[in-house]
Design a protein around this ligand. Structure first.
Ligand SMILES: [Zn+2]
Length: 312
């Protein structure tokens, strides 16, 4: 099978724990990529909310260097990709197509020119906020419920002029609608579920029906998150919970807009799904529970790949 995933924290964990992509005890390593004919993975550099200004940028640089070092050390298996053509090259050579992203616009430290530096480095997607407030706007758990700042509006416009994907996962609601207003190209929620889980944590972080409809109307993309907290309550966070979210998205018309953003190595995942090697099981479960093969192919691969080809 083929698989394209839009969010993991694996490279940050490799950096922090001095582990390697080739083989490790994390959710993702290159040995587990053997389950897929074509496998694309967006690798995020997560910027913790405590890191601000130059500290945020130098932390980003260190993890970025780790990403390129790990790709170079495993060049026979993985290729860093900056363009749609690069992704195609990787697949043709039977390598993992690796796309670099940053999770947390605090990396810019309020400096618009840092976006050019990120783009030169190969960053092709940026999640505007993490959970708290930064110079761009406010995350879903921030006290400030306001939308994008004036700087944030300039950031999303410049990102789209660079063909850097604007990611609204973690962003609060006002910020989401500001992105919709101040951009004209498609944008995405790389790792966000539907607002059908009844706990305050999931309610703030997941997408409302109206947000989902906006993403669909804008030809956007939604990556289903396997994080237990956002899938369900009381251990109801396995493949059946994924099916529940997926069905909700489909009911709203997201057949062309659904993908995965598993959040591997960034959160707690149900034991039945806790690693890249569990993805074939998830696909099989969904197939057994009424999701047609051609729809599965769209969600696990084709929608995301098409989105990148159209927008990178
Ligand atoms: Zn995240």
């Amino acid at each position: 099978m083929n698989f394209f995933d839009f969010h993991c924290d694996t490279i940050g964990e490799c950096y922090m724990q001095n582990k390697h992509l080739a083989s490790n005890d994390l959710h993702i390593d290159l040995q587990k990529s053997k389950y897929f004919e074509k496998y694309g993975q967006v690798f995020a550099v997560w910027i913790p909310d405590e890191k601000r200004g130059e500290a945020a940028f130098s932390y980003y640089q260190a993890v970025r260097d780790c990403f390129y070092r790990e790709c170079a050390e495993n060049a026979e298996k993985i290729l860093p990709c900056k363009t749609a053509a690069g992704i195609e090259t990787a697949f043709y050579a039977h390598k993992v197509a690796a796309v670099l992203s940053v999770e947390g616009g605090a990396v810019l430290g309020g400096d618009l020119e840092k976006l050019d530096a990120l783009y030169r480095d190969g960053v092709r997607l940026m999640t505007l906020t993490w959970n708290d407030t930064n110079e761009i706007g406010n995350g879903c758990f921030a006290e400030n419920k306001g939308g994008l700042t004036a700087f944030g509006k300039r950031v999303v416009q410049k990102m789209q002029s660079l063909n850097m994907l604007v990611d609204v996962s973690h962003l609060n609601e006002r910020g989401f609608y500001d992105v919709a207003e101040y951009t004209d190209k498609p944008f995405l929620a790389s790792h966000s579920n539907a607002n059908i889980v009844d706990n305050p944590y999931a309610k703030a972080r997941n997408l409302t029906d109206d947000q989902i409809k906006v993403l669909i109307a804008r030809n956007g993309l939604i990556g289903i998150n396997l994080c237990a907290d956002f899938l369900g309550n009381n251990g109801q966070t396995g493949a059946d919970a994924v099916l529940r979210h997926l069905s909700h998205f489909l009911d709203l018309g997201a057949e062309q807009n659904l993908a995965f953003g598993c959040d591997y190595d960034g959160c707690t995942v149900h034991p039945s799904l806790n690693g890249l090697d569990k993805i074939p099981y998830l696909a099989d479960f969904l197939l057994q529970h009424g999701i047609a093969q051609n729809l599965l192919e769209k969600i696990f691969f084709k929608n995301g790949y098409r989105f990148l080809v159209a927008n990178l």
